[in-house]
Design a binder for this molecule. Structure first.
Ligand code: FEO
Length: 404
């Protein structure tokens, strides 16, 4: 489906509404889109990012719909296969099209697609490619999220091609009429797994885009932002150090002890007025990737994360270990990180979880480890633990808190 953005710019990319997971990891309940943009100048034409290889037919159909039989430039904003995958096919169909990218893009294209880097017209920050009446200015955004991500700014149309930045894995049934609530939810999920690990870079780029004041933000996934203030507001909050006064608990229980510990802590936190989000990573009816993805999204601007695990062969349950590993990788800006655990005769879970989350800068709460089924005394300790955490969250200055 072709989406007109302005007289000169159209979205000609592909829809993939049934994709269940991106990168075999990230849940995509609304699928995704691989956005590609066609720009028509008075003298030359350009394609901004092709699509994933297996969806190239949709792109070609859309170009045909616009009567495009010649491309002067193919801009590559990012070499990940979901965007650059169709470049070899397009080079066969449009052999005269000049590939355009930064030196980083050209370097990575050589590795990922065996396209020699000297095939590219290399551009750098501030370079402009003129199409006649319209130009594309290069704005690299390294580590949002790969080292090669690049934005291009069209000043004449105030259109920003933002690569993965501001994207969302959301393929609405009617691409021009996205449901804003779902869209924002998926933007948050996308941010958590793609942008949060490098959020300091992303904060700088967000500020830069705010200053640019685009009329349209054309990201490489999801619908086009026709009111960019919506996504800029959301990003400004997500990249900030502000948190909610809440607790996310991700747990597994094998025989009920850990679940009992979680129930007691959650109950006391709620009684203290703290919002709690519980995720049972052992839920047999849900894919672990979906559960872990939900936890990661929930940790954006969360005040605290508690991991709770039984002991399995001396260490944490593998699902909790995976959660710890990914928390370390996604690196949410939580204030407090805690561990609840149960064991039968001995445990190394504290040491192992501590090692798996070494990069997380949050203050560590003293772990609560219970042998066997929690006793009444254990429950008293757990309630004290919960009240202490509630007090810590309430002590965060209001100026650093979201949503109170
Ligand atoms: Fe959508 Fe990083 O590729």
């Amino acid at each position: 489906m072709i989406q007109r953005i302005s007289d000169r710019v159209s979205q000609v990319g592909a829809l993939d509404p049934r994709l269940p997971y991106f990168d075999a990891l990230m849940p995509t309940p609304y699928g995704t889109t691989y956005n590609s943009y066609f720009v028509r100048g008075d003298e030359k034409t350009a394609l901004i990012d092709p699509v994933q290889e297996d969806t190239v037919d949709q792109l070609l159909q859309n170009l045909k719909g616009l009567q495009v039989d010649k491309l002067d430039y193919i801009f590559c904003l990012h070499t990940e296969q979901d965007h650059a995958g169709a470049i070899p096919v397009l080079r066969d169909i449009f052999p005269d099209a000049q590939l355009v990218g930064t030196a980083r893009v050209a370097e990575l294209m050589e590795y990922h697609f065996h396209i020699p880097r000297d095939t590219f017209k290399i551009v750098a920050e501030g370079d402009s490619i003129e199409l006649g009446g319209v130009s594309l200015i290069c704005m690299p955004i390294p580590f949002a999220h790969w080292p090669d991500n690049t934005m291009f700014w069209v000043p004449e149309e105030r259109v920003l091609f933002s690569s993965d930045l501001f994207g969302s894995h959301y393929s609405p049934a009617i691409p021009n009429c996205p449901d804003e609530d779902i869209w924002l939810l998926e933007t948050r999920a996308y941010f958590s797994e793609i942008m949060m690990p490098t959020r300091n870079h992303v904060a700088r780029y967000t500020a830069k885009v705010r200053e640019l004041d685009p009329k349209f933000i054309c990201a490489s996934h999801g619908p086009v932002w026709r009111d960019p203030s919506i996504v800029l507001d959301a990003y400004e909050e997500m990249v900030s150090d502000k948190v909610r006064r809440d607790v996310v608990i991700a747990y597994v229980s094998m025989h009920g002890s850990t679940a009992r510990m979680v129930d007691v802590v959650a109950d006391e936190l709620c009684a203290a007025g703290i919002r709690v989000a519980l995720f049972d990573l052992g839920d047999p009816n849900r894919d672990l990737r979906t559960l872990v993805g939900s936890v990661v999204t929930e940790t954006v601007n969360a005040g605290s994360l508690l991991l709770a695990s039984p002991t399995v062969l001396g260490g944490p349950h593998p699902a909790v270990a995976a959660m710890a590993l990914l928390t370390n990788a996604f690196n949410p800006a939580i204030r407090y990180l805690g561990l609840l655990g149960s064991y039968g005769w001995g445990t190394q879970i504290e040491k192992q979880i501590s090692g798996l989350t070494a990069r997380v800068k949050a203050e560590r709460l003293e772990s609560v480890l219970v042998r066997g089924l929690p006793t009444e005394d254990d429950e008293v300790s757990l309630r004290r633990y919960a009240r202490n955490l509630a007090d810590l969250l309430k002590a965060i200055p209001d100026a650093e808190v979201i949503g109170d």
